[in-house]
Every structure is written in C-alpha cells, then in structure tokens.
Write a protein of this length. Sequence first.
Length: 371
Amino acid sequence: MTKITDAVQIGDAAVDAAGYLQANARTARTGVQQYLGRELGRPDLDVVNVYRDEADVFSKRSLDTFSRLPITNDHPGVDVDATNWKDLAVGTTGDDVLRDGEYLKIGLKITDASAVKAVKDGKRELSVGYSAEIEWQDGVAPDGTPYQARQKNIVANHVAIVQKGRAGAKARIGDAWGASPIQDFQPGASPKTVEEGRMTDSLKTVVLGDKAVQVAVTDVAAIEQYKATMNQALADADAAKKKVEEEKDEEIGKLKADLKKAEDAAKIDVDALVASRADLLGKVKALDAAIDPKGKTDAELRKAAVAARMGDEAVKDASDAEIAGMFKALTRDAKPVNPVAGVIADGARVTTNDAWADAVASSGVKMKKEG
C-alpha cells in the first residue's frame, strides 16, 4: 500500500459554545491526477497519471474508512491508531461521508483548543492521509485522459490540518505522510513548472551516497554538515588503516632484516672449523701422541694434553680459560705433529731403518716393514 495525501480546503467553519470548530471539506475526488514518478517508486518516470475510478472512490469499503477519522495538527510520520490516537488526534470527522460530484464530502469537528486557535489564525488547509494500492497498467479515463496506473483499495487514515505555504507557495502538503498529486501544491501549473518551482522555492537537491535526492531547503545545512562529518570520519578511518598497514609493513621488514642477520650469524664456516680442529690436534699430538681425540671437545683435548705434560693436579680445579692458557704456553714452541700427512707427503718408503720404524709406530700409522 502506498501512502498518499490529498489537499483540501476547509469549507464553512464555525466555533460552537464549547469551543469546538466544526466545518466541511471535500476530498478523494475521482478521475486522473498526476504524481511525480519517484514518489510512487518509479524514478524512471518524471510524471505518472494515476486514475481513480468512481467505483473505487465511492465503494462502501472506502467510504467507511473516511467516517470518524482522527484529525491531526500536521501529518504525523506514522499511521494513527489506537496506540497513539490520544497523543496525535485533535478532533474527528463526522459519521456521514457524502458524494459531492466527483468528490467525497466529510464533516470535521476539531476539539483541541490549540488546533482551533491555529485554524482561526490562518492554518486553514487540510490534507487527507490515506493508503491505496497502485496498480500499474496503461489505460484511458472516461474523459479521454491516458493513465499509467490506477488507485485501488483506498483506506483513509487521518485528516491533517496544515499551514498553507509553510515551505513556500509551491510546497507540497503532507510531505511527512506520502505522495501528493502535483495539482495539490500548485493548481493549474504544468508538472515541469511545478517541479522547477518546487525545487527553487522549497526543495533542494543534495547527493546522498550515489543518489541525488530532494530535501527541504531548511534541512540542507544540517544534511551537508552531517555529510561533512561522515566524510571526515571515513577519511580519518582510512588514514588510521593506512598507518596501521604501514607500521605492519615496517615491522615485517624489520623482522626480515633481523632474521637475515640471525641466519648470517648462524652460518658455520666448516673449512675454518676443520682447519682449527686440525691445528689443535697437531698441537695436542705434539704434547702427547697417545691422546685419542675421538669424542673429545676442544676443551677436553686441551685438558688431556696439559694433564699429560703437567700432571692431573695441574688441571684438577682449573677452569677452561686457565687450561687454555697453560696449553698455549706449552705449545708455544712446540711444532705441531702430523705424522700421517708427513707420510703422504714423503711417499711410503721401504727401509730397514729401525729408527724410522719406531717413528712410524709412535705415530699410530700401521706399516709393514720388509727386508
């Protein structure tokens, strides 16, 4: 159901002894009325001709809804019902709903003192808020006017007292409720003239998201301020996100650099270790060729060599650093021994020299003596 308003004028009015204002009004006429397409959910159409057949307007079901309607001071943004009637209603329509040519004629009784005063002070227009089904179909009304849609199942909800020209002479009445026929806010004007005047005098187009919408001129400043605040908030959020990403990238770069340093520091120079171990073994053998290096650390080899030369008591309570010092002193003038390398360098020789045989035997290299 689409919410729709029809503007009407208060007819003859009188205030009774109780202070109630009673009047008559015509509304809900038959025939074709023009609406802006976007108000009916068809932004692709500038203007829509909507037909109301007298069978729908004057049906008993529709007429019953116009009887004893709540009267409100301006349109509420919601339906008037039992839950809010006490807060919103300032009077009621009468029991009788009569046909007056192409219109409905209804009686009004305004019972709220402030609303009565508003009418007496010049707030003399009414806007009937009702719901109807919009049936999209092309056709031609009895008077020959073509239309693109029909109103069906008309259900009245309330009658609002509204201020004529409250947003300019071309202002629509009943903006808070729903769609209003173009003729209601500038009778006799063409749709194009009405739309241009309405935009100039009372409405202004603003951009919200990816859509252009029209709002009351009085609301533009607040909307633009809200947009500016939201845009700044989005910009701040983007800046904060970018900063976090940059800090994360910087941290990742630092971690990569630290990892590379750690990897470089952890690299083992195998050749240097082999050469260092070979040098140590040569010095150890120079002190005591009988020391077996298998399974011993460098520190244990130095300790064994020092003990071999200086006795166990010398190394009993000595630290590794003290033992390293003693080892260095003992091997300062000693020539490292590498009997195997010497044999390989000189070539294997067969000899009967007992001294040579003894030297080889002491090196641990097994050779077979011949001759």
